[in-house]
Design a protein around this ligand. Sequence first.
Ligand code: FES
Length: 167
Amino acid sequence: MSENKQGCCCCEPSSEEQAKYEQIAQVIEAYKDKPGSLIMVLHAAQQIYGYLPIELQRFIADGMNLPLSEVYGVVSFYSFFSTTERGEHTLRVCLGTACYVRGGKKLVDALEDMLEVKVGGTTADKKFTFEIARCIGACGLAPALMIDDTVFKQVAPAKLAALLSQY
Ligand code: FES
């Protein structure tokens, strides 16, 4: 019996979703014969789709002629791959030792209140995915946090609202 790779038999994928799968199929086509290219394909797929749900992992495994377990193994090994939908921006509060002792936990508590989401979650408006980091190389100016690739140093809870409003 054939199986729909993009959705279950009772819910057809949207045209937007279909377009994303087509784009990913093109990436697979370009890389499938290149040894060691799975990570590149997964990166591209995550960029296109936003995250890597199991149906998409299966689609990639089939397209690259790899066992799903291999694809799943890579996705679950690397922290930069996500199997759940992510926000537009990734916000990471550092809880490495220096940041922790200088108030990192207070930032976490304040952000959980402001964003109305727990660590690991994504805000209801899909603006931020909220995570913890373990040292982001700014220990001298702790506590620090990152939003996407930008590091903010010596962040006080009182500064958070202004900082988030830039996004
Ligand atoms: S411990 Fe936070 S930047 Fe190093």
